[in-house]
Design a protein around this ligand. Structure first.
Ligand SMILES: [Zn+2]
Length: 143
């Protein structure tokens, strides 16, 4: 073997690594965005946080550009996004979302195969992916 193979170029490491997200971050309850802020009282001397905002008026979502409630990601998943997928989507919705076609499945069993395939597709998504899909499909559009 006398052929020198080229060393494949490595992807450069991004200069600014993403800020680490907590495991169960706060998200906007209306649109699922992570771009949320809250007002806090800070001790003037120590800068220790004294109390967190609880009132909606003290919570803000950049993507809604509005005061909205905030929920933990796990809560958003279990209370909103998963129920939406289960009960809030029609077969037509699911065709659009998944790209699967009902006509490609046998119509037996009330299209169980199609519904199963959609659920498999859905379960393959991360929570973040699911929230994006829900947000696109179900969250009210903000101008
Ligand atoms: Zn929002």
């Amino acid at each position: 073997m006398d052929r020198i193979s080229e060393i494949p170029q490595r992807n450069s490491i991004p200069e600014q690594p993403m800020k680490e997200m907590p495991a169960d971050p706060w998200r906007c309850a209306a649109c699922g965005s992570l771009q949320v802020s809250c007002q806090v009282w800070v001790d003037s001397n120590t800068y220790e946080v004294q109390s967190m905002a609880e009132d909606k008026d003290d919570l803000w979502c950049d993507d809604c550009a509005e005061h909205t409630r905030q929920v933990r990601e796990s809560e958003l998943m279990s209370d909103t996004v998963e129920p939406w997928w289960k009960d809030g989507t029609t077969e037509e919705d699911r065709e659009i979302i998944t790209g699967l076609k009902r006509e490609n499945f046998r119509p037996a069993d009330d299209r169980k195969a199609f519904r199963n395939a959609c659920d498999v597709w859905w379960r393959g998504k991360t929570d973040d992916g699911k929230i994006r899909i829900w947000r696109q499909a179900a969250a009210p559009e903000e101008e």
